[in-house]
Design a protein around this ligand. Sequence first.
Ligand SMILES: *Cc1c(COP(=O)(O)O)cnc(C)c1O
Length: 357
Amino acid sequence: MTPIYQTSTYAQPEPAVHKGYDYSRTANPTRTALETCLASLEDATYGLAFASGMAAITTIAYLLNPGDRILGPDDVYGGTYRLFVRVLQRYGIQPAFVDMTDLTRVEAAMAARPRMVVIETPTNPFLKILDISRIAELAHAHDALVVVDNTFASPYFQQPLGLGADLVVHSTTKYLGGHSDVVGGGLATSSKEIYETLKFHQNAAGAVPGPFDCWLVLRGIKTLAVRMERHASNALQVAQFLRGHPAVARVLYPGLPDHPGHHLASRQMKGFGGMVSAVLKGGGQVARTAASATRVFILAESLGGVESLLDHPASMTHASLAGSPLQIDEGLLRLSVGIEHVQDLIDDLKQALEKAK
Ligand SMILES: *Cc1c(COP(=O)(O)O)cnc(C)c1O
């Protein structure tokens, strides 16, 4: 096992000779092992680890200058939206959001010459599938950098750099860590120039993970493949159950053949992932009651752990979108389907929906 180098500093042979490790904000051997692992998972040349997914995304924002524009999907992670709108905008960076399933809208938005296009696919919480290679082509034709938030798919199911992205970002808190016991983030790229700029800012801004957190993520990654297979097969069966349930208006899971992104997902991904969203017929009241009534699914923010989690995005993960044009349907529930016995999950949802009736 990779040792946990629980040290902030390193003995030096003599003054002013910079050899190897000197200070753990700059570099730490446990973190280096994680960074190498992240790069290899994404088929990238370089990896960088951060204290959280948002710290990784913030560090990407240091590639921008005042006056630059940034384009994101209309269905973007709530924290990313908050960073773009409430933080970056104060520094003169202008965010815009479009429905990126519609490539004509992406193309139209490129006329404003965004410096960076941020893609998330599958999106959160609507699980829309965005065409990474087509969006990357449109963005590159206008000299924009393409960043893909690959948290939902994980590198086991999707490798955006091979589809034309310049940079991949992860919340390692989710599937990579996989056990809901650590918060972390990561970046991967094969561009030396981008890497060197980001590496400089990683050290300059300092949002780095500690060695024990890096070790936890590394340990989680060892079982990524088997976990993702089980997450995906459980998710498909849960999605099929929900679709047949009279209290459910709509099920969003890219593995269902009638999902609008199913064919694209089949091409772009090696599996459909473990996230399922569903809109309940009774709206907000029914969704809240059902969310409080599950016993195996735990009502909690976050996703990607071995235990199944249930989220009411309008009041929880996506509450920061309230009052914005991107506000979420009150009847929506988002499930992070874990690796438990699938019948326990289905029975749990059945009894919760019965109580919410
Ligand atoms: C959780 C998440 C983030 C933010 O990561 P943190 O580790 O919570 O800072 C970013 N993007 C997506 C898609 C996420 O799910």
